[in-house]
Design a protein around this ligand. Structure first.
Ligand SMILES: Cc1cc2nc3c(=O)[nH]c(=O)nc-3n(C[C@H](O)[C@H](O)[C@H](O)COP(=O)(O)OP(=O)(O)OC[C@H]3O[C@@H](n4cnc5c(N)ncnc54)[C@H](O)[C@@H]3O)c2cc1C
Length: 289
């Protein structure tokens, strides 16, 4: 279903984010994971788009395979890092040719060695420009990102929310959030979102923890806080991935229960190409198979 039609049924819609694997073997594993997770009938699978590097070209091919071979609903991520307008327009054409209408339109993060975003000299300058471009074609239904803890590049909350509003005015219809580890951040964000008159569905992004060092890396990268209560638990599983996974399932189950109770229209899982934790969390929520 198109993103602009989804989130209307009153039942929480589950979406699952994957990333393009580096090897053909890992790609096959990814599709095994998709086969497993499709049994929970997610509203869509989404595929990230790298900020550079070899996996980048794979994103649209993998979306094509998801949509046309696996026949699951698919959302393609797309950013504008290091690409001319012609290249971006070519990407949009390829996404459409694959039959994929759902798009998560991003600016993307610059490479680590160039911390400040510099647009390609012939490229789009911002996510807003990408959203405007995609929105010219009614084929696309466009999701945008939201930042419960304020994006690290934003001057303050007001500026961040004002920019979010611009992304929606440009053609975005759904907001998917950055990961957070305390629902208080999400609830506070929602107050600002609604106060700004934004009525689009806001879908919390949930990260099932796979390992403590990886969580620390992601949190630092995204500017997400590790609350003291979570930190205390993580300290027990620093070198114990199995324990970390189990704790991650418990934490996400607790968070999702509260989020669902508050009426969120969906949950977006950063599944990291694994099935087990997402399955376990949804089963704990009574939303599994
Ligand atoms: C659900 C989700 C999926 C993601 N998938 C991917 C992916 O597939 N590939 C990838 O590379 N990254 C991905 N990311 C990471 C994302 O690119 C980074 O979080 C990035 O730092 C910001 O997101 P954005 O690209 O949507 O940027 P934007 O929302 O465009 O910008 C981030 C913030 O910077 C400020 N800002 C930016 N431009 C302007 C401007 N012109 N004027 C004023 N303020 C401005 C605003 O405060 C804005 O909120 C994803 C993030 C999320 C939450």
């Amino acid at each position: 279903m198109r993103l602009d039609q989804l989130y209307r049924s009153g039942k929480p819609e589950i979406s699952i984010e994957m990333f393009p694997p580096k090897t053909p073997e890992a790609a096959e594993k990814l599709f095994e994971t998709v086969e497993r997770l499709r049994r929970i009938q997610p509203a869509f699978f989404s595929m990230t788009y790298g900020a550079g590097g070899s996996t980048r070209n794979l994103t649209i091919d993998l979306c094509d395979r998801l949509k046309n071979k696996s026949q699951v609903e698919t959302t393609c991520h797309l950013n504008i890092i290091g690409q001319s307008k012609t290249e971006t327009r070519e990407n949009l054409k390829r996404i459409k040719a694959a039959g994929v209408y759902n798009l998560l339109a991003l600016r993307g993060d610059p490479p680590r060695d160039q911390p400040d975003f510099k647009p390609h000299p012939d490229g789009f300058h911002s996510s807003v420009e990408l959203i405007e471009e995609a929105h010219k074609d009614p084929w696309f239904s466009i999701a945008v990102t939201g930042f419960p803890e304020i994006h690290p590049e934003a001057k303050d909350r007001a500026a961040d929310i004002a920019y979010l509003k611009r992304k929606l005015e440009a053609g975005g219809c759904v907001i998917i959030t950055q990961l957070f580890l305390d629902n208080a951040y999400f609830f506070e964000f929602m107050q600002h979102v609604r106060k700004a008159g934004i009525t689009a569905p806001v879908i919390p992004g949930i990260l099932p923890i796979l390992s403590v060092p990886q969580l620390r890396r992601f949190a630092a990268l995204c500017g997400s806080t590790i609350p003291p209560a979570v930190e205390k638990e993580l300290a027990k599983y620093e070198t114990n991935d199995e324990g970390a996974v189990q704790y991650g399932i418990e934490l996400a189950t607790r968070m999702c229960k509260e989020l669902l109770k508050s009426g969120v229209p969906g949950l977006h899982f950063y599944a990291l190409n694994r099935a087990h934790s997402t399955e376990a969390i949804l089963s704990n929520l009574g939303l599994g198979i």
